[in-house]
Structures are given as structure tokens and as C-alpha cells.
Design a binder for this molecule. Structure first.
Ligand code: ATP
Length: 326
């Protein structure tokens, strides 16, 4: 295999706090090992539109603390087509780019796996998504910051809930995974947590809330994961209100504020470790791998395995304690 001396990095799919720390690590690690580094703006779209920028140590100064991604991100339909991929490949070839670091979620990985297989261009992926729903890493980049943001919101809502004796339903992100909901719910002292991974009947939720009321709880917070099968916080609140009408109920959808903000120390370190490991893996001849965290160690997983639909499971102890501690 010929030596890699020009590497490009890009972010794709949804943005996540910590992506900038990862970009910084990729660029500085590559430069350290003698590579020329390039940033691709707006993910796969930038590959097609030739949106390439040369990166040096200075290009990534003072970005560690920033949320979002300095390289921007995009969802690109054209890259899903054979023609789009061919255009992207020709543009990379013109630039002399020999390897890629892709930071994103499972869609980004699927594109990277197809592209790398078709054109034999080495690629290593970093799991950057707040949802924490990828097989092969205990944590994804951005999950910790997003969970902290949700906890801060719960604490604030608790103040007003307590003052008015209200029942709040707070809907949090996570797509089909309840990782953010479960952890934020436990850390925020929620009375109940509705998860996609566990069906909760409205009748059971009501009896939990009635039990709380009988124990003189003056306010209650229910965390509803966006993927919960009851159809979202408004729906849950409406159905609870129908049977529990003496409670003053309110709904808060936290929405996109969960994606923003300065990354936590955990995400800054994780992004740095993953970016560093991704470049080292490429230079060691690895390809079609995902960098992940296992225990407290960095480990590589085949992209195909990471994507093969191994079910992501929530921690048993967290699941068990969530109702006991509430
Ligand atoms: P998040 O988890 O935050 O949504 P993601 O990486 O899963 O991030 P997607 O929008 O699913 O986000 O995927 C990002 C991009 O990856 C898509 O816009 C598309 O350009 C590319 N992509 C996804 N699936 C494929 C595919 N089957 N073939 C080629 N490219 C793909």
C-alpha cells in the first residue's frame, strides 16, 4: 500500500458538540505525522461541489470550545447516487486526497462504507451524534454535552413546576434511542421516563404519578423520549390529562437547543482521542473502520459490523433503578 500523505476530514449528518475538538485533533495529528490536511465543507455535498479548504495548525486554533462544526454539515441526496459518488471521487482525485476521516452518524458511515468499497479509498469514521445509538462505542461524540443540556433544562423546569404544583412533560431528542432520556431522567430526578426501548402504558404512568401525589409530591416531571411509542410529549400529556384532570399539566419540547452549546470536558477529550486515533489508524493501513470507546480504551470496529444492526441496549442497572429512585 502506498504511503498516505494527504488526508481530508469532514462532518456529515446532524451536528454534535465535540466535532470541532475532533477536527482539531485530526488536523494536528495528520500534520504531526507529515501529512497535508484538507477540510471538506458540508460533508458529502462539499465533495461533490469541490468545497475543499487547506487546513494547517492555525485553521483549528480556538475551536475546541465551540459547539456545532466549523466545517459545516449537510444531508446530501446526490451522494447516494452512483453519479454523485463518481463526481465526489473525481474531485478527491484532482485534489490528491488519499484518505478520509468522516465524522457523523450511521448514514454517514453507510455512505463512507459504500464509497470506500467502490473506489478503494481508505476511510476511518468517528461516531459523532448526540443520540449515542451506534454499535461499537460506549459513547458517541456529543451525547454527554446533550445530556448535560437536558439536565440543566430539567433543573430549571423543576423550579417552576415546584412553585406551581405542576406536572411537566419534557420531550427530549434521541431518535429511536432512549439514551439521553434515561440518563437525563435519572440525573434530573424525573418521576417517570418514557423510552422507545420499553413500552409504558398510559395507565401505568398514571398510577406512578398518583403514587407520587399520594406521597405528597407537589410537582412531577415526566421525560418523554422522542422515539417513545406513545407518540410524543403532547400526546402523552393529553392522554394523562383526560384521566388525571385535576393536575395542571404543561409540555416542553426541548428541540434543537439540545444539539448546541460548548462541549463538555468529556466530549472535548473524546473528540480529541477519536480524531487522534482515526488518523493513526489510517496511517497504519486501516480502512473501513469506526473508532470507538470500549471501557476506557479506544478500539476499532469494522464499519460493516458497526452498521450491521446489532441492537443497541440501554444499561440494565440504569433501567432498573430509574423507577426505584424516582
Ligand atoms: P445523524 O445520526 O446525526 O442523523 P447521520 O450521519 O446518520 O447523522 P444521515 O442524514 O442519515 O445522517 O446521513 C448523512 C449523509 O450520509 C446523507 O445525507 C448522505 O449524503 C450520506 N448517506 C446516507 N446513507 C447513504 C447511502 N446509503 N449511500 C450513500 N450515502 C449515504
Amino acid at each position: 500500500m502506498s504511503k498516505i500523505n494527504k488526508i481530508a476530514v469532514f462532518t456529515s449528518g446532524g451536528d454534535a458538540p465535540g466535532m470541532n475538538a475532533c477536527i482539531r485533533a485530526v488536523v494536528r495529528t495528520g500534520i504531526h505525522f507529515g501529512c497535508e490536511m484538507v477540510g471538506i465543507k458540508q460533508g458529502y455535498q462539499g465533495m461533490i461541489d469541490e468545497n475543499f479548504i487547506p487546513m494547517n495548525r492555525h485553521s483549528v486554533s480556538n475551536i475546541m470550545q465551540l459547539g456545532g462544526t466549523i466545517l459545516k454539515t449537510a444531508r446530501c441526496l446526490e451522494f447516494r447516487t452512483e453519479e454523485g459518488m463518481e463526481k465526489a471521487y473525481q474531485n478527491l482525485k484532482k485534489q490528491g486526497i488519499q484518505a478520509l476521516v468522516a465524522i457523523g452518524g450511521d448514514g454517514t458511515f453507510t455512505g463512507a462504507e459504500r464509497f470506500s468499497n467502490k473506489y478503494d479509498i481508505p476511510v476511518v469514521c468517528v461516531p459523532g451524534t448526540i443520540d449515542n445509538d451506534l454499535y461499537g462505542s460506549d459513547f458517541t461524540l456529543g451525547f454527554d454535552t446533550a445530556t448535560n443540556t437536558v439536565i440543566e433544562a430539567i433543573d430549571k423546569i423543576r423550579d417552576t413546576a415546584e412553585s406551581h404544583d405542576r406536572l411537566f412533560f419534557i420531550e427530549v431528542m434521541g431518535r429511536d434511542a432512549g439514551c439521553i432520556a434515561l440518563r437525563a431522567g435519572i440525573a434530573g430526578g424525573a418521576e417517570a421516563i418514557m423510552l422507545p426501548e420499553k413500552d409504558t402504558a398510559i395507565e401505568d404512568l398514571i398510577s406512578t404519578l398518583e403514587h407520587g401525589a399520594a406521597n405528597l409530591k407537589s410537582s412531577s416531571i415526566v421525560i418523554v423520549a422522542e422515539g417513545d411509542k406513545n407518540g410524543g410529549a403532547y400526546n402523552v400529556a393529553k392522554r394523562v390529562k383526560e384521566k388525571f384532570d385535576y393536575y395542571d399539566t404543561k409540555v416542553t419540547i426541548l428541540g434543537h437547543l439540545q444539539r448546541g452549546g460548548s462541549p463538555s470536558s468529556f466530549d472535548r477529550i473524546l473528540g480529541s482521542r477519536m480524531g487522534f486515533a482515526a488518523v493513526k489508524a489510517l496511517l497504519a493501513g486501516q480502512t473501513r473502520k469506526m473508532v470507538g470507546l470500549h471501557g476506557n480504551n479506544i478500539a476499532l470496529t469494522d464499519l460493516r459490523e458497526a452498521l450491521s444492526g446489532h441492537e443497541f441496549k440501554l444499561e440494565d442497572d440504569l433501567m432498573e433503578m430509574s423507577s426505584i429512585l424516582a
